[in-house]
Design a protein around this ligand. Sequence first.
Ligand SMILES: [Zn+2]
Ligand SMILES: [Zn+2]
Length: 303
Amino acid sequence: MRVIPLGTSSGKPTLKRNVSALAVAGEAEWLLFDCGEGTQMQITRAGLSPSRLSAVFITHLHGDHFNGLPGLLSTMGLDRRTRGLGLTGPQGIREYLDMLERLRVAFLTYPVELRQFNSLAESTVVYETAEYSVSALALDHRLFALGYRIDERPRPGRFNVEQARKLGVPEGPLWGRLQSGEDVRLIDDSVVRSSDVMGAERPGKSVAYCLDTRPCAMAVELARNVDLLIHEATYTEEFASEAQQYGHSTAAQAARTARDAGARRLLITHFSTRFPDPTPLLQEARAIFPDTILAEDLMEIEV
Ligand SMILES: [Zn+2]
Ligand SMILES: [Zn+2]
């Protein structure tokens, strides 16, 4: 799967960084995490198609994380979308959507499968698609905020072409049947089992999305052994007291969460506009967790 940050600035957009949004994209569908103002433009710039968007996940009701939602929902209405859209977030989202429809701000031509929470103390699966399972857990911010974890479903093992040839299976439909797990009978009446030619099932990749939060045990739990942890790093340690006061993390705290969770890589994002050049944030995180990447709008990370 690919991870594409669509906005990496906290609070307000800058000329180089839009406000929070991030895409997790698979082969046939993609998921959107947060939807700050201007996310539609970023979706277009990233070459993502709204018609393939399966679900939106909002972390919390601070404007820089959801002010882009009415526009995006309306555009999909203009596009005559009919496929359902998942929408998960904190309590208040339903009232917000109802109001938009009542005031005729948004016209939805498609069903919205809405799930909202006002507490979530245990990691809970909130959405499932053909490719992914998404779970959520409450984090520690100034107001109720959810973190998310995306687990890709296990993928089938690799097909061993040489072995198939050696066993006398002719190239063609029989290969496809073996690949889909079926055993096949050959012309000479011998049976080739799928397991003879297919490698072991490969575990799916996993990603955790922890924005906005103070460092907390819940973020560590959500990010346990993930391939990529996406974590906010609003400030450097120099501003640790602000981070604590406003419910945010420093780059060092994000790095410790990644380390404690056993994450493979860390992507830091949600930078205070105090840092026009966020290099100090990257340096601070790498001193603790070397496999740290600094998020840039529209970069692509292969997980
Ligand atoms: Zn924020
Ligand atoms: Zn916030």
